[in-house]
Design a protein around this ligand. Structure first.
Ligand code: SF4
Ligand code: SF4
Ligand code: SF4
Length: 322
């Protein structure tokens, strides 16, 4: 009886596929995660942002980071993108003559980039040593450098390309926005919301922020409106005529929802916010993973494959002997 490499591989593939199909067919649905009870977040309203970048500077100060110079003269803090040294950046959309704010054609708009504090975060799911964790009460996604082994799975897994690695340091760590949790412990709000002059970046409980987003969707375009600044329940307001918003709030549904949500007047894709499925990637990947290992399915699959190949070859040998 001979077990050739080709026969083994073929047998493994067939038996493996059969086991996988059978297993997945009865896979248990992994429940979508929901917002924690006291979830906090940020609402970024692109139509209120004037591109002053006060939030970028305040974020640096709050997190002991230094300016980044990208225009050659070392005078102006001008980060091009998120980095281990820039946990938030302001980017601009511009089209044609760029005369009209928050309009797609011949328009321009600003967008603030940072961690979105996903409801069901991929970075947390893939981290093999729990260096990335989601607070069960506030939902803040945090990073623990003492646990981190530098595998950078979180960098690859994040659908928004957020975590950045300190490649230039000997003892390197990941960096990303942690919603100024150190300030929140001290009774302060995130620095970016604290300094925003127009309330474009607004802090608060996630439920209140979502209600505020809903209120803005119902405004009549051109109507005189007061927008809270710093926190969603603030009486300190910024006055402006209501803009024409996109129909949706970005972050309510994308990959299971995020605790940093966006309102805008130009399509979100133009602001670099990707079109993503409603189901979190984590719920699907963990479902498959748990199914394969449930009842030791993976080892059983391998054993079954081997058995199949051996029996097949034994039969072939018997025929040859006849
Ligand atoms: S501080 Fe506010 S208005 Fe200024 S760039 Fe940041 S989000 Fe925009
Ligand atoms: S945006 Fe990326 S880094 Fe932030 S919580 Fe979601 S998956 Fe993690
Ligand atoms: S919440 Fe704090 S760390 Fe996050 S972007 Fe705002 S200032 Fe930076």
């Amino acid at each position: 009886m001979s077990l050739t490499r080709r026969t083994f591989l073929r047998g493994t593939a067939v038996a493996g596929a059969a086991c996988a199909v059978a297993g997945l067919a009865e896979a248990e649905e992994r429940k979508e995660k929901t917002l924690p009870p006291k979830a906090v977040g940020l609402l970024f309203d692109s139509t209120l942002c004037v591109g002053c970048k006060a939030c970028v500077s305040a974020c640096r100060e709050a997190n002991n980071l230094h300016p980044e110079f990208n225009n050659g003269n070392n005078l102006w803090d001008a980060p091009l993108d998120l980095s281990a040294n820039s946990l938030t950046v302001i980017k601009a959309y511009s089209e044609g003559s760029a005369k009209n704010k928050d309009q797609e054609e011949d328009g321009f708009a600003f967008v603030k980039k940072s961690c979105l504090h996903c409801v069901d975060p991929s970075c947390v799911s893939v981290c093999p040593v729990s260096a990335m964790t989601k607070d069960p009460v506030t939902g803040i996604v945090s990073y623990n450098p003492n646990n981190c082994i530098g595998c950078r799975y979180c960098v690859a897994a994040c659908p928004f390309g957020v975590p950045r690695f300190e490649y230039n340091k000997t003892i390197a760590r990941l960096r990303k926005c942690e919603m100024c949790k150190q300030r929140q412990v001290a009774g302060k709000i995130p620095a970016c919301a604290e300094v925003c002059p127009t309330g474009a970046t607004l802090f608060g409980s996630e439920s209140a922020l979502r209600a505020e987003a809903e209120r803005r969707h119902k405004l009549t375009v051109g109507e005189r409106t007061f927008f809270p600044r710093k926190t969603v329940d603030s009486t300190d307001t910024y006055e402006k005529r209501a803009p024409r918003y996109n129909a949706q709030t970005y972050g309510l549904k994308e990959v299971g929802g995020t605790q940093v949500c966006y309102l805008a007047g130009v399509p979100f894709a133009k602001l670099g916010l990707p079109s993503l499925p409603e189901k979190s990637f984590v719920s699907t990947s963990e479902r498959i993973q748990h199914t394969l290992y449930k009842g030791m399915m993976a080892p059983a699959l391998l054993f079954g494959s081997l058995l199949f190949a051996v029996r097949r070859n034994a039969k072939a040998d018997e025929k040859e002997d006849e």
